[in-house]
Design a protein around this ligand. Structure first.
Ligand code: IMP
Length: 458
């Protein structure tokens, strides 16, 4: 059977912890989109591991698959694998031959484009990992796939086609001199060929590449449980998110099928668990109707730290929740839970269950609010509008809940749901009712045992 894990908000909902929670029952963990933009921290036997590409399950001895929908930077992949091996682990990672490769010039172009956009305050606030430019080349049919690294002739042919085009973009569109780039070899066919052919040899020697759909289907036929691990979140999905402030792939449940090569029926026939952070955070630019305070450089129109109406509250939640990017270290923007966003996410992915995280972070507040609906042009909306500019104009209609006192996460997790303070249960039940979806798990602390498990999807 399969369980698909989907971020219901803007990423950073605590997906890794939930993947981990159900991990014991899983044999294979497959990522279906994104690349090394997906920072996740895994704590295993007292050791902390920070990963951005390797699926978290690989740390616990599960087979980790990077599906065809992923974009793979072999430099990052092998760095992470080598680091894990140096720390005594033996991760088993397989990579789809159909997945696209992030080449050094993709990162260069990501940086240049963001810089140019920042002149008019239009930057997306990307992670700078070259994600967008790689998916652009995939869609433009000029990408290099992991399988191409295994074939010297094909690799050279692909590089000879694409590199001059990229060089022309750098020089003629952006007016830059390639020699002045931090990594001038990023646009040198021979240097790229040598480095990436070597990665191809390593992929081959370690028998890491697979036909992902066939590999996963065979695993399921052998009775194995597969988890599809989504990265990022619904509102930064390229189709269903707040375009253009999005990542360039589909973190929603449909992406799990397309991005691994199993049928939609396989994904839909299993469980789809929506991961919800009990409040909201966002890295990078774009609207956020329930935002408290703001972050200079990311919150639109917010030029000076300290000017937001609920600055202290935002600061408090950011510090309590450790809301700083895993990949970039940037402070995250903070807001109240946004129900129109969650209704949209639930419809797009068809959640069969929820995991609601970080309720401990809100403990100790006198009151907790949620954006229950929006008002746009005098009309009440229960779900997000499709146009980002309209979303920016939405005013959140807040609903107030009594706060709950601080509690001991380990005790509450071991005693179960009824041990959660009553006001926190009221909050959970409101979310379940509004989304018509049961909460399978409730995160009450950052540790592995600090989650109330009400139901295992396996
Ligand atoms: P990119 O994926 O690096 O192209 O970044 C595009 C947008 O997605 C930016 O706003 C990023 O901050 C956001 N983003 C990408 N990956 C993550 C993630 O793992 N968590 C939260 N935000 C992310």
């Amino acid at each position: 059977m399969t369980v698909t894990i989907v971020g219901s908000q803007l990423g950073d909902e605590g997906k890794g912890g939930i993947v981990d929670l159900y991990g014991d029952d899983v044999d294979v963990v497959a990522r279906y989109q994104g690349g090394d933009n997906a920072g996740h921290t895994v704590v295993h036997e007292g050791e902390e591991y920070k990963l951005s590409l390797v699926p978290s399950g690989a740390i616990r001895g599960k087979v980790g698959v990077l599906g065809n929908g992923c974009v793979v930077n072999p430099r990052t992949l092998f760095d992470e694998i080598d680091t894990l091996q140096n720390r005594g682990l033996d991760p088993d990672v397989r990579v789809a031959e159909r997945a696209h490769v992030i080449l050094p010039f993709h990162r260069v172009l990501d940086g240049i484009e963001e810089e140019v956009k920042s002149e008019t305050d239009d930057e997306v606030g990307t992670t700078g990992r070259g994600i967008g430019p790689t998916y652009e080349d995939k869609a433009g049919r000029r990408g290099v796939r992991v399988g191409d690294l295994l074939d010297p002739d094909v690799l050279r042919e692909r590089l000879e086609y694409v590199v001059p085009q990229k060089r022309a973009v750098v020089e003629d569109v952006y007016g830059l001199d390639v020699a002045d780039l931090d990594d001038p070899d990023a646009l040198d066919v021979d240097a790229l060929y040598e480095e990436f052919r070597e990665f191809g040899r390593r992929f081959e020697a370690e028998e890491m590449t697979v036909n992902a759909g066939a590999f996963l289907t065979e695993a399921m036929e052998n009775g194995q449980n597969v988890m599809f691990e989504g990265a990022q979140g619904t509102i930064i999905d390229i189709d269903h998110g707040n375009y253009p402030y999005v990542t360039s792939s589909n973190p929603t449940a449909g992406g799990a099928a397309v991005g691994t090569g199993v049928s939609p029926g396989v994904v839909g026939g299993g469980e789809v668990v929506g991961i919800v952070k009990g409040y909201l955070t966002r890295v990078g630019s774009g609207p956020l109707p329930t935002e408290l305070g703001g972050v200079v450089g990311d919150t639109p129109g917010y030029d000076e730290q300290g000017e937001g109406e609920n600055e202290d509250l935002a600061h408090y939640i950011r510090e309590e929740g450790g809301e700083y990017g895993t990949v970039t270290g940037r402070p995250r923007r903070v807001g109240w839970l946004d129900m129109p966003m969650l209704r949209h996410a639930t419809r797009v992915s068809g959640f069969t269950g929820l995991a609601i995280n970080h309720l401990d972070v809100l403990a100790g507040l006198d009151e907790v609010k949620v954006g229950h609906t929006y008002t746009l042009d005098g009309e009440e909306l229960r779900s997000m509008p499709p146009r980002t500019e309209q979303w920016a104009d939405c005013e959140a209609n807040l609903r107030r809940f009594e706060g709950w006192a601080e509690f001991d996460p380990a005790t509450v997790a071991s005693e179960g749901y009824e041990a959660l303070p009553e006001n926190a249960r009221t909050y959970v039940e409101y979310i379940e009712d509004e989304l018509d979806t049961p909460a399978y798990a409730i995160g009450v602390g950052p540790g592995r045992g600090e989650t109330i498990v009400r139901e295992s999807p396996f």
